[in-house]
Design a protein around this ligand. Structure first.
Ligand code: PLP
Length: 383
């Protein structure tokens, strides 16, 4: 059916009507006084969302651009860095770090398993002459639905004393608690098409005072992504280059919605959506790809043994207008992923789970019809 699309992928995520309407107007000059007020409001509300007094900078990039800025501004070619790699995005940061000449040591885990914080502790404690300049971690590994234990890994980084921690919070910010100041996270990157509930096009980087100190000696070449340009402009309620003005109108509206809901409620909602989805998948007899202990609040990956993941996605899309994500790289065709990030409600999960059950019936697997919806309903009744 036309215009009935339901996005249950981990980004772009659904956009509220209030946000769409906020964007549907003529842009104004980005050097005008009126737009300065918009930037001032956004900066204040972004600090609220990031739970920080650090700088939170807006860049016209996707999440990858935010992470690139977060890496190249604070390091030097040849610097030793530890990169956690247990999925597509950890792998991307390892490749990116190598591309910029960093001496990368990867701490790996099988896709679907969380990174072991002990492996970080050992490396960091063994680094007596403080050669490790940064630890780069993907908090919520979207490719597998795994949440890495950022809090514990960060404690080991703090005990090391010299290394920065650079975090990909692309699918954890706005879904999971990422208390930047309380944990002392140095650099945190994210992107607009995720928990922010707006379309793609804006990247965000928060930068600590410690990271700014490292910036002073960092020599990796940069120009458009030179974060000092963004800091200077942001301090003057301006932007170094032409920003996506209309997207920022949308961000104004979405941040207001988020403030009205409250951070605790947002995190609780994402947890509830995750538990309902996981409970339903288990009740339907489908294997979950990540364990309960390491489940991302943004996305649930399912390995549908005996039923082809791509067939499920195809029926869900064609018959029910629900878009699910597929597996990436070697997991292509082996898993499907259901996003529950951003503007997603209990009702959306009930609709998606019942459509999934109907899809399995259509594909000849109807052993547990109704069990998934019942399990999700039980979670919603109790929380
Ligand atoms: C955890 C994570 N990091 C980074 C990215 C890359 O973001 P983008 O595609 O916006 O560059 C994504 C995108 O899905 C992601 O989920």
């Amino acid at each position: 059916m036309e215009d009935k699309n339901m996005l249950m992928i981990p980004g772009p995520t659904p956009v509220p009507e209030k946000v769409l309407l906020a964007m549907a107007k003529h842009p104004i000059g980005h050097r005008s006084g009126d737009f300065s007020k918009v930037i001032a409001e956004l900066t204040e509300n972004l600090k609220w969302l990031h739970q920080t007094q650090n700088d939170v900078l807006m860049l016209n990039v996707s999440g990858t651009g935010a992470m690139e800025a977060g890496i190249i501004n604070f390091l030097n070619p040849g610097d030793r860095v530890l990169v956690g790699n247990n999925g597509k995005f950890g792998d991307r940061w390892a490749k990116m770090s190598k591309a910029f000449g960093l001496a990368v040591e990867e701490i790996t885990a099988e896709w679907g398993k969380p990174l072991d914080p002990e492996a970080f502790r050992e490396k960091l404690e063994g680094d007596r002459d403080k050669q490790i300049k940064a630890v780069i971690i993907t908090h919520s590994e979207t490719s597998t639905g795994v949440l890495n234990d950022l809090e514990t890994i960060n404690k080991h980084v703090k005990n090391h004393g010299e290394s920065l921690i650079i975090v990909d919070a692309v699918t954890s910010l706005g879904a999971t608690n990422v208390p930047i100041d309380a944990w002392g996270l140095d650099v945190v990157g994210s992107g607009s098409q995720k928990g922010y509930m707006i379309p793609p096009g804006l990247g965000f980087v928060s930068v600590s005072a410690r990271a700014w100190k490292a910036y002073e000696n960092a020599k990796i070449p940069r120009f458009y992504l030179d974060l000092k340009k963004y800091k200077k402009a942001t301090d003057e309620n301006s932007s170094p280059f032409t920003p996506p003005v209309n997207l920022m109108y949308g961000l104004q509206a979405s941040l207001k919605m988020m403030k009205n809901e409250g951070l605790e409620s947002i995190f609780a909602r994402h947890k509830r959506l995750t538990q309902a989805t996981r409970g339903a998948v288990k009740a339907m007899g489908l294997p979950l790809f990540a364990s309960d202990e390491a489940a991302s609040n943004a996305i649930t990956a399912v390995a549908p043994l005996g039923v082809e993941a791509e067939k499920i996605r195809s029926v869900m899309k064609k018959r029910y207008d629900i878009a699910l994500a597929g597996g990436q790289d070697h997991l292509s065709g082996k898993i499907f992923r259901m996003g529950h990030l951003g503007f997603v409600s209990d009702r959306d999960i009930l609709a998606a789970i019942s459509a999934l059950e109907a899809t399995l019936v259509e594909l000849g697997h109807d052993g547990s019809l109704g069990a998934g919806v019942a399990a999700a309903a039980r979670v919603f009744a109790q929380s």
